[in-house]
Ligand binder design. Structure first.
Ligand SMILES: [Ca+2]
Length: 477
């Protein structure tokens, strides 16, 4: 056993004793920064359940494999959304994203009213709470929670931001799919040469080196493997205001996708290597997951459906957690977990109180991560259209399925054998739970404000044109 193990929450001690010990240490010496762990939250974009070699997938990702071997792997972890912006809103706030008024994608197209939406400062985020508690905080990569400077990550608890605010940019020219230049340093546009994945890694390494003596929280939302499908040796494709194929020019997209994932994997290896080289492994909790399932360019393994759907392929994603002093290496867990759990977990590990004035939908995963306890049965809902109750999955209007589907995921992870006829009481109870959930998240949900004249004009636009555009944008984004 590592001699420093007990320093950090003592996973081999009885849980109650550990809590008393940690509470005592923190109460006696509140200013001792070194007792608080660092956090690195790494999120891939559109990576599927069947993409990584550590999850039996088709792409060799040795660094993520090593991270999983040194930490814990979850096979029943989910993003709270099945597309980009909603999952990010839920991740930041620890609450279903519907409560923050971000149930869908924040579109790049300025003729779409939703383009003007964003994460409002009335929301409470984990970087904000950690920053208030003395943590150094940074985000390098994709924000996608509002296009305008008022929504910038620096207004949500991040000391530093380098990256882009839209759903995707050219990996080299950093132009978004609406033809707008989209690379930022804090809340100002900034020119930076380089492949997005490399820039994220470079800034992450510099940040860790600069903050190795203070507790830090580093959020790395990667662009890979979201389109445009560009490997590290490809040319830039998009120019400001220009016409281009949003997907890129590669005809061997599978190969490009693989290159993108492997380059991200190498970058993650560099970041984790920096942690290890600086002797920070034992005091750093590293999390890795994806913001939604893969589209048909990637692989969702045995799961039905893909990005954008409420089938498992839309939201069941890989999840890895490493904290060498506390998490037993090589463990695989099947607890039902979700990206909403990240915030309560980090706050608990940092001994920072949850916001008292609002409901948090996630739960603290430390009992599982540190003490191998089972989370137990829980209910989770996706978009008011799909629900889990332990092993059971209910889905309403699933694309290509029946109006109501009920699946036993323990027996049928591919959601093929509809058991609704055999389980009418369960179906009824789950439908009722989902209705109650809809009412619950609607109650007090933020209504996105309309601030500008352009926004007002867009809002007043005909609903027919809007729905046509929304369809197009959904397809593209
Ligand atoms: Ca995504």
């Amino acid at each position: 056993m590592n001699p420093r193990k007990e320093l950090y929450f003592g996973s081999r001690l009885p849980w109650l004793f550990a809590v008393v010990m940690v509470t005592t240490i923190i109460q006696a010496e509140p200013a001792r920064a070194e007792t608080r762990p660092n956090f690195i939250v790494i999120m891939a974009d559109d990576l599927g359940y069947g993409d990584l070699s550590s999850f039996g997938g088709w792409i060799e990702t040795p660094h993520l494999d090593e991270l999983a071997a040194q930490g814990m792997k979850f096979t029943d972890f989910h993003s709270s959304g099945n597309v980009c912006s909603p999952t990010r809103a839920g991740l930041m706030t620890g609450r279903y994203q519907q409560r923050a008024g971000i149930p869908g994608v924040v579109y790049a197209d300025p003729t779409n009213a939703v383009h003007y939406h964003g994460l409002q400062t009335s929301e409470v985020t984990f970087p904000e709470l950690l920053k208030n508690a003395g943590y150094a905080t940074a985000i390098f990569g994709k924000w996608h929670l509002g296009y305008y400077p008022k929504y910038n990550p620096i207004h949500h608890g991040f000391d530093l931001f380098r990256g882009y605010v839209s759903g995707n940019v050219d990996f080299f020219s950093h132009v978004d799919q609406a033809g707008t230049y989209d690379w930022w340093h804090q809340d100002k546009p900034a020119v930076e040469e380089g492949y997005t994945t490399h820039l994220i890694t470079r800034h992450a390494v510099e940040f860790i080196e600069a903050n190795q003596d203070t507790p830090f929280c580093l959020y790395l939302p990667h662009e890979a493997p979201h389109y445009p499908y560009q490997g590290p040796h490809d040319p830039p494709l998009r120019a400001v205001g220009g016409a281009f194929n949003t997907q890129g020019e590669r005809t061997d997209i599978k190969n490009a996708y693989r290159e993108m994932v492997q380059e991200m994997d190498a970058g993650i290896g560099e970041v984790v290597g920096t942690i290890d080289r600086l002797g920070l492994a034992q005091k750093t909790l590293i999390l890795f997951f994806s913001d939604n399932g893969a589209n048909n360019r990637g692989d969702n393994g045995p799961l039905r459906g893909a990005k954008g759907s409420n089938w498992e392929g839309g939201h069941r994603v890989p999840f890895i957690a490493r904290w060498t002093s506390n998490i037993s290496p090589g463990e695989v867990r099947d607890d039902l977990t979700i990206s909403l759990d990240v915030m309560p977990t980090l706050l608990a590990a940092a001994n920072v109180a949850m916001p008292a004035d609002r409901v948090l939908d996630g739960v603290n995963l430390l009992p599982v991560l540190l003490h191998d306890k089972a989370l137990g049965e829980r209910q989770l809902v996706w978009n008011g259209k799909a629900m889990r109750d332990g092993r059971w999955k209910l889905i309403v209007d699933g694309k290509g399925g029946e109006e109501i589907g009920l699946y036993d995921l323990k027996q049928d992870i591919g959601e093929r054998n509809n058991l609704k006829e055999a389980e009418p009481i369960r179906v009824k109870a789950m439908l009722a739970h989902m209705e109650a959930w809809k009412a619950g998240v609607a109650d007090g949900a933020l209504v996105q404000p309309i601030d500008s004249a352009k926004e007002q004009a867009t809002q007043a636009d005909s609903s027919q044109a809007k729905s046509k555009r929304a369809k197009k944008a959904k397809r593209n984004e």
